[in-house]
Design a protein around this ligand. Structure first.
Ligand code: SF4
Ligand code: SF4
Ligand code: F3S
Length: 268
C-alpha cells in the first residue's frame, strides 16, 4: 500500500476496443481495483475523462518524468501505409505517438491479437499495412509482452499487470513473447470435451445429435488442438464458460494469422 503506483500509458491504435471491454469485466482482481489502487492509469483515450490537447500532453509528461519507470500498454496497432494517415490520434499518426510513448517505457504490453499479431485489420491484402507492435520499424528497443486473444481473457490481462506490479519483474515469456503462465498449454490439452475426442465422438454438423450431446467440435473446425490460450482452464466471465462450452468451435483467436487461415468451420 505504501508503494508508489506505477504510471501506465494505454494507447489505442487500429482496433475494435473489445480488449478494453474485456479488461473492465475482470472479476479477480476487479478492474476498478487495478485501475484505482494498483497502478496509475495516466492516459487511456477511451477510459479517461480528459480530452484534447491537455490529455495528449499527459503522454509527454509521463515520458519525461518517469523515464524507465512506466508501462506502455498498447491495444490495436499502427497502419503504416500513407505515412500512418489511416489512424490519427491528436492530429498525428498513431505510429508517431506509439514510438514517442515507447521511448522511455520500462516495458510494452501488447493487448490482444491486434497489437500482438496484426489481427483482422491486417487481413490480406492489408490495404493500410496494419503492423503488429514488434514489427514496427524504428520502435525503441523495449521488452515486449504479448497477451494475445481477440480479446484476451479479462483475468489474464489483470493478472499480467498484477504480476508485474507485485513482483517488480516481467513474467516468464515463451519464444513468441507470451507469458508462459497463461499460454503454455493448448485449449485442447484441458478441454472438457477431450474425452469425446479420444473416444471418436464428434459433432458432424451444428445442431445434430452429437452437438446436443456435447461431443467434440473438431470436425466442425475447432482449432483448440493448435491454439495456445487459457480459455479451457481460466474460462470467461469469471470462469463461467468459454466458446467451446457454449457449443462453438475455438477459432484460434489468440494465434498469429488466425484471421487469414480460411474457414473457421472446417478443418484446414
Ligand atoms: Fe478488438 Fe480483437 Fe483487436 Fe482486441 S484483439 S482490439 S478484441 S479486434
Ligand atoms: Fe479439442 Fe476442440 Fe474437441 Fe475440445 S472441442 S477436445 S479443443 S478439438
Ligand atoms: Fe479464442 Fe479459442 Fe479461447 S476462439 S476465446 S482462443 S476458445
Amino acid at each position: 500500500e505504501s508503494k508508489p503506483r506505477i504510471p501506465v500509458l494505454w494507447l489505442h491504435g487500429l482496433e475494435c476496443t473489445c480488449c478494453s471491454e474485456s479488461f473492465i469485466r475482470s472479476a479477480h482482481p476487479l478492474a476498478k481495483d487495478v485501475v484505482l489502487s494498483m497502478l496509475s492509469l495516466d492516459y487511456d483515450d477511451t477510459l479517461m475523462a480528459a480530452a484534447g490537447h491537455q490529455a495528449e500532453a499527459i503522454v509527454d509528461e509521463v515520458v519525461e518524468q518517469y523515464k524507465g519507470n512506466y508501462i506502455l500498454a498498447v491495444e490495436g496497432n499502427p497502419p503504416l501505409n500513407e505515412d500512418g494517415m489511416f489512424c490519427i490520434i491528436g492530429g498525428k499518426p498513431f505510429v508517431d505517438q506509439l514510438k514517442h510513448a515507447a521511448s522511455n517505457a520500462k516495458a510494452i504490453i501488447c493487448w490482444g491479437s491486434c497489437a500482438s499479431w496484426g489481427c483482422v485489420q491486417a487481413a490480406r491484402p492489408n490495404p493500410t499495412r496494419a503492423t503488429p507492435v514488434h514489427k514496427v520499424p524504428g520502435l525503441p528497443d523495449k521488452p515486449i509482452i504479448k497477451v494475445p486473444g481477440c480479446p484476451p481473457i479479462a483475468e489474464v490481462m489483470t493478472a499480467v499487470i498484477t504480476y508485474i506490479l507485485t513482483f517488480e519483474k516481467l513474467p516468464e515469456l515463451d519464444r513468441q513473447g507470451r507469458p508462459k503462465m497463461f499460454y503454455s498449454q493448448r485449449i485442447h490439452d484441458k478441454c472438457y470435451r477431450r474425452p469425446h475426442f479420444d473416444a471418436g465422438q464428434f459433432v458432424e454438423s451444428f445442431d445434430d445429435e452429437g452437438a446436443r450431446k456435447g461431443y467434440c467440435l473438431y470436425k466442425v473446425g475447432c482449432k483448440g488442438p493448435t491454439t495456445y490460450n487459457a480459455c479451457s482452464t481460466v474460462g470467461w466471465n469469471g470462469g463461467l464458460s468459454f466458446p467451446i462450452q457454449a457449443g462453438h468451435p475455438c477459432i484460434g483467436c489468440s494465434e498469429d494469422g488466425f484471421w487469414d487461415k480460411g474457414d473457421f468451420y472446417s478443418r484446414l
